[in-house]
Design a protein around this ligand. Structure first.
Ligand code: ADP
Ligand code: MG
Length: 599
């Protein structure tokens, strides 16, 4: 198994690196006090940089001032230490305190957009700085506070400055192991999925506000750990260390080192520790170097120094290879068996009655009623802007209808359900532009979505429950084997469309709504998709298919609805629709072109 995906091996490697650093710094005799001091500073800055970098890299959240949480760790260390608590209790208390505050604040910010997180941390940092300056008893006010020797159960005596190297390296090692375990597992994949496609992720069962808040809480806990280490290592807490400036410095470290990477965080921390050390004696040159370095990195190494170097070393040609391999993927499966094994609920119908949607003055949908009987395929056609995607967005819970009669999947009423609950009811959908999770490989995306569908499969007594096994079955069944380890933007559009269907199936969709699956595909890709959809329908999957490629709809669907300016203007068998003069008028150009192409 590769190191990249073997989390226990990686955890062991991180622990080994921590131990080796400690041996070299403390016991080898090779390292003087000054270098030791620099290494310790890099270690505690690397932890808080990692807290920032993890949020930026995995969630797209840029915390401007994480210093409120470092301060929480640092001042709790002093005050709980003064109260006689051992360091082994103080660190967990500080981490949990910061994490809970972070989570609760994150729940409020996460309801809006991830930009609020940045503003929130800015406000927190400014407020915390004021509080630190005024809360004399807890912080020593503007004059700062000396860190006392803190009792330690493991050391069997109070620890202080002389123990800083060991303590800081332990803190950093534990923090990095935690980050690696969390971020390289399903949790990190969920975060990446949400970061890549927030809207589409909700249709797969992910809950962006909750996941963002969890990540923010986790990151706050890491920042507090760094604060504890800082307190012990510096021995004196100066409020300036928690100013907005200090928070911005973490951003510099994150941008320069590279987001979401442990080595990046260490590199970034070394940069922000190293520059002022090297520029000692020159007045205020560090901010210029920080600014210049950020500009250079953003211009020439957008992912940051470390990820860019890693990409260079690993060849960077993976995408091109995958592109070449993409087209030939052979289907290895019997979709009827696949559907029977992995879909929790087939045989549900989809009932839409009297749905109306208005965007300001635009009546996007007017009293639209469509029924898709269980296990059948129904088509929906209509010119651009006629409201087709809006209808799917109502079904997904992304658009709130002005009024609605019925919106049901089987016996489940979708009205009032959060978007992420609808896949549990068996409703899944695809997107006009596929909207796959750009930062995950196809395999990782299917695995993490299949985890969301696990409870439903279990409840329905399906033979295949394990998420990874479900993902593999779907990969084989839909012929995605050759492309499973590549990221979607390297793949031809036709394969992306199939992967989008695969994702809905992984989530457990027995009722599938497809938004223009055939648009933009070449003849070969269309043929493959057509075969897949026919088999899915035969296997009992309920399908609502929207497309402009009318002949494909007429081929697959037993009856077709026609939408024009938000209203259903016709409904009938493909033959009836083809002959309907109203439809020919509304749809003239497109039908003619499509038929001409087909002929
Ligand atoms: P279709 O998928 O049939 O091409 P859409 O459902 O995307 O059409 O759009 C129907 C109408 O609603 C269009 O006039 C479009 O501009 C409008 N519309 C769609 N989504 C929004 C939105 N979020 N805000 C405002 N107007 C929208
Ligand atoms: Mg559309």
């Amino acid at each position: 198994m590769k190191l990249a995906s073997n989390r226990p091996a990686r955890a062991a490697l991180i622990a080994l690196c921590g131990l080796l650093t400690w041996l070299v710094v403390v016991h080898s005799g090779l390292v003087g006090d000054y270098v030791g001091f620099v290494v310790v500073a890099i270690a505690y800055f690397a932890v808080v940089t990692m807290a920032v970098s993890m949020l930026a890299g995995y969630c797209g959240i840029w915390p401007i001032g994480h210093t409120a949480f470092t301060a929480t760790g640092a001042y709790l260390t002093v005050n709980l230490g003064l109260a006689g608590l051992p360091i082994e209790a103080i660190v967990p208390i500080a981490v949990v305190t910061a994490a809970v505050i972070g989570y609760l604040l994150g729940m409020t910010a996460g309801r809006f957009s991830i930009l609020y997180f940045g503003l929130l941390t800015l406000a927190l940092s400014l407020a915390a700085f004021e509080v630190i300056g005024r809360w004399d008893q807890f912080t020593g006010g503007e004059h700062g506070i000396v860190v006392p020797a803190i009792p330690s159960l493991l050391a069997g005596r109070p620890i202080g400055l002389t123990d800083a190297t060991g303590f800081t390296l332990i803190v950093a090692t534990v923090a990095f192991m935690a980050v690696d375990l969390v971020c390289r597992g399903p949790v990190g994949r969920r975060w990446l999925a949400i970061k890549s496609q927030r809207i589409a992720s909700m249709a797969c069962g992910f809950v962006p506000p909750r996941e963002n808040a969890t990540a923010f809480g986790f990151s706050a806990g890491l920042a507090a750990m760094s604060g504890c280490a800082m307190a012990i290592a510096i021995g004196y807490l100066d409020p300036e260390g928690f100013s907005l400036n200090a928070g911005v410095t973490m951003l510099v470290a994150t941008v320069v080192g590279g987001t979401g990477s442990i080595l990046g965080a260490i590199f970034g921390a070394a940069f922000i520790v190293g520059v002022p050390e090297l520029a000692r004696g020159t007045s205020n040159v560090a901010p210029f170097i920080y600014g210049g370095a950020m500009i250079l990195v953003l211009l020439f190494l957008r992912k940051g120094v470390v990820p860019s170097i890693i990409e260079l070393l690993s060849g960077g040609s993976r995408g091109a290879r995958m592109k070449a391999a993409g087209q030939g993927a052979a289907r290895g499966g019997d979709l009827a068996a696949l559907v029977a094994d992995v879909l929790p609920n087939r045989g549900s119908d989809l009932v839409i009655e009297d749905v109306s949607v208005a965007f300001g003055g635009v009546k996007a949908l007017q009293n639209v009623s469509i029924t898709v009987p269980a296990g059948r395929a129904i088509g929906l056609i209509g010119p651009n802007g006629s409201g087709k995607t809006t209808l799917l967005n109502v079904l997904s819970g992304f658009v709130k209808p002005k009024s609605v009669g019925t919106l049901k999947v089987g016996s489940v009423d979708l009205q009032g359900l959060a978007p992420w609950v609808r896949i549990e009811a068996g409703f899944g959908r695809t997107f006009q532009h596929a909207e796959l999770f750009g930062e995950l490989t196809i395999r990782d995306a299917l695995r993490v979505v299949a985890r969301q569908g696990r409870a439903s499969r279990l409840a329905a007594g399906r033979t295949l429950v394990d998420a990874d096994a479900v993902a593999e079955r779907i990969i084989a069944g839909l012929g995605l084997g050759e492309v499973a380890d590549s990221k979607p933007h390297f793949l031809p559009f036709g394969i992306q469309k199939v992967a989008d269907i695969a994702r809905a199936l992984a989530g457990g969709a027995g009722v599938l709504a497809l938004d223009e699956p055939f648009s933009g595909l070449d003849a070969d890709e269309s043929a493959k998709l057509r075969a897949i959809l026919r088999e899915l329908r035969q296997a009992g999957v309920t399908i609502l298919i929207i497309d402009h490629v009318v002949h494909e709809i007429f081929d697959l669907a037993e009856s077709v609805y026609v939408l024009d300016f938000g209203s259903v203007i016709a409904h009938g068998t493909p033959a009836e629709i083809r002959a309907n003069p109203k439809v020919r008028e509304a749809y003239f150009g497109i039908t003619e072109t499509a038929e001409a192409q087909h002929a």
